[in-house]
Unconditional design. Structure first.
Length: 368
């Protein structure tokens, strides 16, 4: 009797052991078949790139060509690069000096650069010739040209004083062509001005020596004129063209093909550049520092002096209201009208062919 009870008990234990073992084997393992929040087996809730988020991402190469040699008003570009704003946007930006706005336009047109920074007059003239380019962010929102003379010589204090005087420089120089518009606006006769053809670099020593009465150039170069005249024992007299004409100067532009096929790059580039402008305007010396660290071979006196001109160039009525780099349709039209009147423009060009605010407005709305 006792033996039969013992045998029965052992049999029961054996059956229970087998049932328990079977139950354990049928339980799914978390590491082989994960269950997500929706109860689906075999998937998890990780995002596709979560495992690779710490891996370095390949940066998109962007070649930028400026209008001329690097100057103080280019400081935002170098600030944005030095502070990593371009890299944060996934961009590897190569900033190259230019050799005149016309050459910069050609490089963008032919694919030698992705983005250019150039005067809008050559950009409009290129569009007139069939170039498929467009400005996407303003830079120099005011005309930066100025008229320089020596107080001890011609002492030219107004456009009317230019009548009967000489001016040195290349005849096709933007500043000399614009002088005609300025004089006409002021009621003066440009035909009474004698243009003495010379290389742009020769203007300063020729003015200092009294061989020409005046020279026209960008007003950030005032420090160079002032230094040369001071060494000659003379006093510089300056007046600016934007006292008489209200037009745009340099802007960032690209090809319409790039706008169509790489719009996200333009968006990200614009946002990073606006950050560079904000920082350079907050501390003009830092902007100049950034240029000097990238180009220690430059003249620091000129770079720091020209960087101080940035404040005047960036702000106008529209940018103060809507943000850095935003174009005014009315001012675009004025710039177009001046270009059509004083340069050879053969075709009817609409403002929409010249500019778009799409990217700069997006950038301002999405600043971090």
């Amino acid at each position: 009797m006792n033996r039969r009870i013992v045998t029965l008990i052992l049999a029961c234990i054996l059956v229970l052991t087998m049932v328990f073992a079977s139950a354990c084997q049928s339980t799914p393992k978390e590491d082989t078949e994960p269950v997500n929040q929706n109860g689906d087996v075999g998937t998890d809730d990780k995002k596709p790139d979560e495992d690779n988020k710490d891996l370095p991402k390949e940066l998109e190469k962007v070649v930028v060509v400026l209008n001329f040699t690097v100057e103080g008003d280019h400081s935002p570009w170098f600030v944005a690069k030095e502070k990593g704003y371009f890299e944060e946007e996934g961009l590897d930006v190569d900033i190259q000096r230019g050799y005149g706005s016309g050459d910069t336009v050609q490089k963008v047109m032919t694919g030698g650069a992705d983005i250019g920074f150039a005067d809008m007059v050559p950009i409009i003239m290129a569009i007139d010739d069939g170039a498929d380019v467009k400005c996407f962010m303003g830079g120099n929102m005011r005309e930066p040209s100025a008229l320089y003379s020596a107080a001890e010589d011609a002492n030219i204090k107004s456009p009317k004083d230019m009548e009967g005087k000489t001016i040195g420089g290349p005849p096709a120089d933007v500043s000399i062509v614009l002088l005609e518009a300025v004089m006409e606006k002021a009621g003066a006769d440009f035909s009474k001005v004698e243009i003495i053809n010379m290389d742009a670099a020769t203007r300063i020593p020729m003015l200092a020596s009294g061989q020409i009465d005046s020279a026209a150039s960008f007003y950030e170069k005032e420090v160079l004129f002032e230094k040369a005249l001071k060494e000659a024992g003379k006093t510089l007299v300056t007046w600016r063209f934007d006292e008489y004409i209200d037009k745009y100067s340099c802007a960032s532009f690209t090809s319409n093909d790039t706008i169509e096929n790489r719009p996200e790059m333009i968006q990200k580039f614009t946002r990073a550049l606006i950050k560079g402008y904000n920082d350079a305007l907050e501390d003009e010396n830092y902007g100049a520092d950034a240029i000097m660290r990238a180009h220690p071979e430059f003249d620091p006196d000129y770079i720091y002096a020209s960087a101080r001109a940035l404040e005047d160039l960036v702000w106008d009525e529209t940018t103060r209201e809507k943000g850095i780099g935003v174009f005014s349709p009315e001012k675009i039209q004025t710039t177009l009208d001046i270009t059509e009147e004083y340069w050879e423009v053969e075709n009817d060009i609409s403002p929409d062919q010249i500019y778009t605010n799409e990217f700069v407005e997006w950038a301002h709305q999405n600043l971090e």
